[in-house]
Design a protein around this ligand. Structure first.
Ligand code: ADP
Ligand code: MG
Length: 281
């Protein structure tokens, strides 16, 4: 009898792996750029695993590995299935209700709507974790993820922006003056003051957080739900980004959920693969 099950979500940046040995669940992440190491680790760790794989780099992994019997699973379906499973197991489904948004902030961002046992991809954006790494590198020359994370947690992400009050300088603004009118729009400030790497990266973090929230909230309004579940490795250790997103989501009248192991949703869903139904409108 088989007792080794592996779910892999080979994403553009990171491969998320969930595996069960004798019923116990383990989580692991590796760089997708190093597919050879993933292959070696799997050969060393398992005898005859049952593998389900999803993600944009699933094809690349299968091309390079000898685990050719791995079963391919639809990425969006796996992601939504994994989110539902995590919510159920953390007793959160009663809070979100059966209909909710899922915003997956990976290298880029993908937005989904789950309605009971159906799911639908609503849209997405190129603004994501990859943008955080790329723009941070361009602005500061830093390319190490932990350094970018640390710098981004210690700056002022509002300095480079124009607020609504900055624009409505001589009268009462029609909407809250504290809202961002333009991310990176404060050229005057940039020319006058030497800004730190911390401030640059914090501004990138804030721009990404605000943009992703705006998109998610608008989608939630259109679909009549108040719950938005945010997942993806971009949040894994990024409390500042989480705080920006949950604060702004709440300001817009919706509720933000971050779940433990949320970034493994695709890999979990790949293992489970009971097949959510795709909604056709
Ligand atoms: P994908 O499925 O596209 O690979 P993920 O959900 O794994 O996306 O998220 C990738 C993002 O997570 C990166 O763009 C980066 O912002 C962030 N990240 C978190 N941990 C790391 C890490 N160790 N190395 C690189 N990026 C990381
Ligand atoms: Mg992904």
């Amino acid at each position: 009898m088989k007792n080794e099950y592996i779910g892999i979500d080979a994403g553009g940046t990171l491969s998320k792996i969930v595996y069960t040995i004798n019923g116990k669940c383990h989580y692991k992440k590796m760089s997708t750029a190093d597919i050879a190491s993933l292959n070696t680790w799997m050969k060393q760790s398992f005898k005859q695993p049952d593998i389900h794989i999803t993600g944009g780099k699933a094809g690349a992994f299968l091309h390079e590995s000898e685990f050719i019997n791995a079963r391919r699973i639809n990425e969006f379906e796996a992601t939504c299935e994994g989110v539902k499973w995590l919510l159920e197991n953390n007793s959160l489904l009663k809070d979100t209700g059966p209909n909710f948004m899922v915003t997956n902030v990976g290298t880029g961002t993908s937005i989904h709507y789950i309605k009971g046992n159906s799911y639908e991809r609503i849209g997405g954006s190129g603004m994501g974790g990859g943008t955080l790494l790329g723009l941070s590198y361009l602005l500061t020359g830093e390319d190490d993820y932990d350094t970018i994370l640390k710098l981004g947690n210690n700056g002022n992400g509002r300095l480079l922006n124009l607020t609504v009050s900055d624009i409505y300088s001589h009268e009462k603004p029609p909407i809250s003056g504290d809202l961002t009118a333009s991310n990176f729009g404060n050229l005057m400030q940039m020319k006058q003051e030497k800004l730190s790497k911390e401030d640059y990266i914090s501004s990138v973090v804030r721009m990404i957080g605000e943009t992703i929230t705006t998109m998610s909230v608008q989608a939630a309004e259109r679909l009549n739900t108040d719950s938005i579940v945010y997942i993806g490795s971009t949040f894994a250790r990024h409390d500042v980004l989480k705080n920006i997103i949950s604060g702004y989501t709440e300001l817009r009248g919706k509720k933000a959920y971050f779940i433990e192991h949320g970034e493994y949703s695709g890999a979990i869903g790949a293992i489970l693969n009971t097949g959510l139904q795709k909604t056709v409108q």
